[in-house]
Each structure stands twice: as structure tokens, then as C-alpha cells.
Design a protein around this ligand. Structure first.
Ligand code: ME8
Length: 667
């Protein structure tokens, strides 16, 4: 669908829920997409890199309510923390979409209507397990081990709600082909699992609207419904380009997307529902869905835990970046995670990795080379040269590197790209050992040879740092400065050839690029931080569960201040028989009772007409407060009060055993 000749490249992260601050997991997808975007820009592509936030839904609505703010106020604060982190992590997104943006809202309404008009959306009844306190429907597989609500662990009941559904079955065959016969799903190994688990048993239609909460995009033709959050969210990939809206005009230019990157938790939505939606709308399909695993937290006992705020094991990228540098964190997460597999985050592995690869490996290569050029030639290489056979294998390996990294980027194998680059770093360090420049430096007749060796090293560093720049964009310009490379020298075109730096290049000794980290000291400090977070999280959980059992947090009202037995003795509580009941005129709420109180009878007015009919009450034995000061309600005199309980299902009169005679005293 691209209309221009210029090569375009469109890549997206998921749009994240702004329900809590971003963590290292969110960073992985975003940093990976940023790296690919930078690499593609370097290759000359016109790149559109999209990220954003997914702001609707019941969860956000509830969290905002708990925080005492509007949902929009709630998400605004967290969206700001996402944007700050992305700026800190040097994320070069081209567009940031918020699903609360007006253009997206109206485009989703059009998409929903279009799907309805095309006959793919129909009205039906959603029936499922419903948790009343959480106001949420759950599927059987989402319930906890006791068949209760996975959020609050209270019993669920079967409930029905009117809802719209999106038909999936018309797309079964095309989806199966897409997964099994094309390169859409990366890695392909997950395709069989999807086909066997979801397509073969028969695709279920997807419920695409809700009536039980308000914080969503209203369905234009049936306003009590809001659009299901996934239909709203998935549409972002096209609305952000201007599909069905006038905010942007890039749909023809960038669609279909080259890469949607997501973690395995949301693969199903992107591998089945999203392509089906596009098929229904007659829109071409994206080219690749790259699915990575989770970054888990490696506990002290070595077990891989899912990162969760309630466990206190969420790794804060900002804190790590401030301690070790943004590029080191970017490097570590990209180097550790293989597409498709989980990767356990451990501070120890991270520090060892930074020390071995960045401080000892690459950093050392740069500082040794620059220091030798400085020491032997005062910083500027002489132009004379003397080549040797041993140079050929170094030059051969370095000039072949770009093809390898190109392929890895195209296949979204960033870990493999870094492995190849760091094999080249090792190769260059080995070249120093092989050529022993410190010996050449002692022999005036070897000046030309020494100049060749150092030039080859500087050229190796230029190629390595050029290919590394998309991964580590903050530090590489500092490397170029040190090796005397102009930014134009460090271009993609120059990354597959030797002889780019001027023969008489001048180096500039600079700061240590990647200082060695004191492992023991840092681990002790980081462990203390984690321990503190875990304790805080545990205390919070305990306080929350204690709160749940306290009257203040449930529907049960708080206790009134204590009274003495003498205070209580002032109440005259009696049994009474209901002789007759009638509605009080001009009142929807009041009923007037004629009671046998064992003392000649009396009249009592009670506000329970919404809950009982007169027939349900006549003949019953009730309890009354008999010495309450008389009052008039709607002009009708009431001599006392009928006791009742306030419950979640309304007011319930306290009926007494009919064997209790009228007038009996209750204490
Ligand atoms: O699912 N390891 O948003 P979300 C690796 N709004 N990646 C992780 C991770 C971890 N521990 N935790 C999160 C949603 N991620 C929806 C998406 S898209 C149309 C709507 C990353 O905030 C990973 O990319 O829960 C995952 O897919 C995404 O965050 C989910 O983010």
C-alpha cells in the first residue's frame, strides 16, 4: 500500500496500561523497538516508531476511584511518568498515541460501526462468572484455584449482560494459513500452539462491548455500551496513522506495519483478534508479529518470579540507569533476552555482564587503542603504513559484521546481533595480543607497522561503534569523539568497509566509557533496596487484607461510640403484631402500620414501602422501639419505630418468632 518510492518502516510497541509506573519489562519492548527503529533509520528507511498508552477500562476506573480522582486525572499522571522514562532511556519514538485522544476515540467509534454494518458485530448476551464487588466477568480459566475471583478471591456467580460480539469463525481458515504458512508470527514455534488451542477447537466469538462500567469509548448507536478495551486498543496501530480520522495522513505511507512487537501475554490478541479485525475491515495484514518472553525476577533462591508490584520485586529502570548508565541497562536487557524465551533478571548477572562486555571488553579496547595512539604518536597517526597477513582476518571479520547484524535486525534477533558485535570486540582485543603493539613501540623501525596496527584497531572500533549505536545511542558519539571519527564516518554505508578514517587521524583521550562496577558493594546496596521494597509491599498487602476485614472497608458501617448499660436501658423495645398496613398517601416510601402492642394498640409509620407490600407484612410479629418521641411523617403520626436491618439487597424488617406475645419486652 506504500505509494511513495522511499522505503518506509513502521514498528510498534504495545500501548501500555497506565495503571502503575513503568518497569523494566515495559522497557524491554520499547528499547528493542527503539533499537530496530534506529538501525532502520541508519539504513536509510523512513521510519515510523509508534508507542503510547491504553487508557480505558474498568481497572483504570476503579483505581482512579480509589485514588479519589477522575480516570483522566489518574492516567495523566502515569502517562507523564512513562514519557519521562522514555526520554531518560533515549527512546526515539516518532508518535505517542493515547487512547483518550479525541481523534482515536472517534476513529474507534467509526471502526466499530463499520464492523457492525459489515455484519461482523452482532448483539447478544454475555454470560459468565461475575464478581459483584469487583464488577468483573471472568472466564473459567481465569478463576483462582478455589473457583473464586482472581482479584479479590471472593465467590463469583453466573451473570448475564447484554453485549455486542465480534464474529471470529469466518476468519478461521485465513488465520490458520497466516500462522502456519507465512512469516507473520515470529518465532513460528508458537503458531502450532495457537492453532491447536484456539483455532482447531473452533474460534469463539469475542465479546466487544460492556455495559457494567463507563470509562470507555461509547458505542455510537447504543450509548449504554462502551467498546471493549481490546478493540479500542488494537485499533491504535491504524488510528495513529490517520485511519478514519483527520489528525494524521500517514496510513497509505506506512501501512501495513513491518513489526508489531509484544510479549507472550498478549500474543493471542495480536495473532488472532487483530488480524481478524483487519480481515473484516478489508485492510492488509501487518508483516510481522514479534513475540518475546517475560523478564522475570530471579529471587534469592534462584526461582524465576513474575514481576509484580504486590511482591515488591519490580525492577525500576530509572534507578538502575542512574547507577550504571542508560546504555548499560539497554545493553543488558537486549543482550539477555532471546526472542520467544523468558529471561530472568538478576542484578548479579547484569553487573557481571556490564563488567565483562562493556568495561573489560569494549571499553578496554577503546581506551587501550586511544592510549597507545597517544603514547606512541602523540595522538595523531603518521601516514606511513606496513600491512601484514595477520591483518586480513581482522579486516575480513569486521567488514562482514554488518551483513550479520542486518539479518539479525530483520529477524528481530537483537541478542544475536549483540553476540556477533561482541565477538568482533573479542576479535579486535585478540588482535592486540597477536600484534603486541607495545613491542613495536619500542622499535623505531616498526613505526609504519605500529601505525597500521593502531589504524586497523581504530577502524574496527569505528565499525563496531557504528553498528552498536542503535543499541547504545548515548555512549557511541563519545567513542567517535575519542577515536577521531566524524559522525559521517560512522554511517551505515561506511560500516562494511575499511579505510574510512583519515590516514593521519587524531584521537582524543577521554573519560572512561564504562567504569568497572564493584560487584560486592553494589549487590549489597541493591539487595537492601529490594528487601526494603519487598517489606513495604508485604506490609501494604497485610494492611490491605486487614482493611478488607474491617467494617470501614466493607459495606458494614462503622461502630458507634460505646454506651453504658444504663444508656441501653433507656430503650423500650417490644414485640408487636401487625394488624393492618396501608400506604401513606402521596408518599412512595411510607407505610402506616396498625399494631397490637399488648398495651391497647398504636400506629407506627415506617419508610419501607419500596421493599415490602402491605400483604407481606400483615399478621407478622415485629419489634418496635416503643418509647421513641412521637413524630409526624407526611402529616401522619408515628408512635415508635419498627426495627429493620440495612443490607446490600435493601432494608429487611426484623421479624420475630410468632410465638412471642405482643407487648413482650426485648432486652
Ligand atoms: O497488555 N517482561 O498493556 P501492559 C517483558 N494495554 N515484557 C513485559 C513485561 C515483562 N515482565 N511486563 C510488561 C497491555 N511487558 C495492553 C496492550 S496493545 C494493543 C494493548 C511488556 O501495560 C510487553 O510488551 O500490560 C507486554 O506485551 C506489554 O508490556 C504489556 O503491557
Amino acid at each position: 500500500m506504500n505509494t511513495e518510492n522511499k522505503k518506509t518502516f513502521y514498528i510498534t510497541t504495545p500501548i501500555y496500561y497506565p495503571s502503575g509506573d513503568p518497569h523494566i519489562g515495559h522497557c524491554y519492548t520499547t528499547v528493542a523497538c527503539d533499537t530496530i527503529s534506529r538501525y532502520k533509520r541508519m539504513q536509510g528507511y523512513d521510519v515510523m516508531f509508534l508507542t503510547g498508552t491504553d487508557e480505558h477500562g474498568q481497572k483504570i476506573e476503579q483505581k482512579a476511584e480509589a485514588a479519589g480522582v477522575t480516570p483522566k486525572e489518574f492516567v495523566d499522571r502515569i502517562v507523564a511518568t512513562f514519557k519521562e522514562l522514555w526520554s531518560y532511556m533515549n527512546i526515539s519514538y516518532d508518535r505517542f498515541i493515547r487512547t483518550t485522544d479525541g481523534y482515536h476515540v472517534s476513529a474507534v467509534q467509526k471502526i466499530f460501526k463499520d464492523l457492525y454494518d459489515r455484519g461482523y458485530i452482532y448483539k447478544g448476551k454475555y454470560s459468565g462468572k461475575y464478581c459483584t464487588p469487583c464488577e468483573s466477568f471472568w472466564t473459567e480459566s481465569q478463576l483462582d484455584e478455589n473457583g473464586c475471583c482472581p482479584e479479590c478471591h471472593r465467590p463469583v456467580k453466573i451473570a448475564e449482560e447484554e453485549a455486542y460480539f465480534f464474529k471470529m469463525s469466518p476468519f478461521s481458515d485465513r488465520l490458520e494459513k497466516l500462522l502456519l504458512e507465512t512469516d507473520y508470527l515470529n518465532p513460528r514455534t508458537r503458531a502450532v500452539e495457537l492453532v491447536n488451542n484456539f483455532i482447531k477447537p473452533g474460534l469463539e466469538d469475542v465479546c466487544v462491548s460492556r455495559t457494567s462500567f463507563k470509562w470507555g469509548i461509547p458505542v455510537t448507536f447504543d450509548e449504554k455500551h462502551v467498546v471493549y478495551v481490546w478493540i479500542d486498543a488494537l485499533s491504535n496501530y491504524i488510528t495513529a496513522l490517520g485511519y478514519d480520522n483527520d489528525e494524521y495522513d500517514d496510513f497509505a505511507k506506512y501501512w501495513p506495519a513491518d513489526v508489531h512487537m509484544v510479549a507472550k501475554d498478549i500474543m493471542r490478541f495480536h495473532a488472532l483478534i487483530w488480524p481478524a479485525m483487519l480481515m473484516a475491515l478489508d485492510i492488509p495484514l501487518p508483516k510481522q508479529l514479534a513475540v518475546h518472553g517475560w523478564i522475570t525476577f530471579q529471587s534469592k533462591t534462584g526461582e524465576a518470579q513474575k514481576m509484580s508490584k504486590s511482591l515488591g520485586n519490580v525492577v525500576d529502570p530509572l534507578m538502575l540507569g542512574k547507577r550504571y548508565g542508560v546504555d548499560s541497562i539497554r545493553y543488558h536487557i537486549l543482550r539477555e533476552m532471546a526472542l520467544g524465551a523468558d529471561s530472568a533478571f538478576s542484578n548479579e548477572i547484569m553487573i557481571n555482564r556490564i563488567n565483562s562486555d562493556l568495561a573489560n571488553g569494549f571499553g578496554n579496547l577503546v581506551s587501550r587503542t586511544v592510549a597507545m595512539a597517544d603514547k606512541y604518536f602523540g595522538g595523531t597517526l603518521p601516514e606511513e603504513r606496513e600491512a601484514a597477513e595477520i591483518d586480513d582476518s581482522l579486516i575480513g571479520e569486521l567488514t562482514a559484521l554488518r551483513d550479520i547484524t542486518d539479518k539479525c535486525i530483520d529477524e528481530t534477533r537483537l541478542k544475536n546481533a549483540l553476540e556477533a558485535i561482541f565477538t568482533a570486540v573479542d576479535r579486535a582485543n585478540k588482535y592486540i595480543d597477536e600484534t603486541e603493539p607495545w613491542k613495536l613501540g619500542k622499535d623505531e623501525s616498526k613505526r609504519a607497522r605500529l601505525a597500521s596496527v593502531l589504524y586497523n584497531l581504530l577502524e574496527s572500533i569505528r565499525i563496531i561503534s557504528t553498528l552498536l549505536a542503535p543499541f547504545m545511542p548515548t555512549m557511541m558519539p563519545k567513542v567517535w569523539e575519542q577515536i577521531g571519527a566524524a559522525e559521517s564516518d560512522a554511517s551505515y554505508d561506511n560500516a562494511a568497509g575499511f579505510g574510512v578514517l583519515p590516514a593521519n587521524v587524531t584521537v582524543h583521550k577521554g573519560e572512561i566509557l564504562f567504569p568497572r562496577i564493584d560487584l560486592d558493594k553494589e549487590i549489597a546496596e541493591l539487595n537492601a533496596i529490594i528487601e526494603k521494597n519487598m517489606e513495604t509491599a508485604k506490609a501494604k498487602l497485610e494492611a490491605e487484607s486487614a482493611d478488607e476485614n474491617t467494617p470501614e472497608n466493607s459495606d458494614i458501617p462503622a461502630l458507634l461510640p460505646e454506651i453504658t448499660i444504663d444508656d441501653f436501658a433507656k430503650l423500650d423495645i417490644r414485640a408487636a403484631k401487625v394488624l393492618s398496613v396501608e400506604k401513606v398517601k402521596k408518599s412512595d416510601k411510607l407505610l402506616c402500620f396498625r399494631l397490637d402492642d399488648g398495651m391497647g394498640g398504636r400506629q407506627v409509620v415506617s419508610g419501607i414501602a419500596e421493599y415490602y407490600t402491605p400483604e407481606e407484612l400483615t399478621g407478622k410479629t415485629v419489634q418496635i422501639i416503643a418509647n421513641l418521641k412521637p413524630i409526624k411523617l407526611r402529616g401522619v403520626e408515628s408512635l415508635g419505630m419498627i426495627c429493620s436491618a440495612d443490607t446490600a439487597d435493601g432494608v429487611k424488617v426484623l421479624f420475630l418468632d410468632d410465638s412471642i406475645p405482643a407487648g413482650s419486652k426485648i432486652r
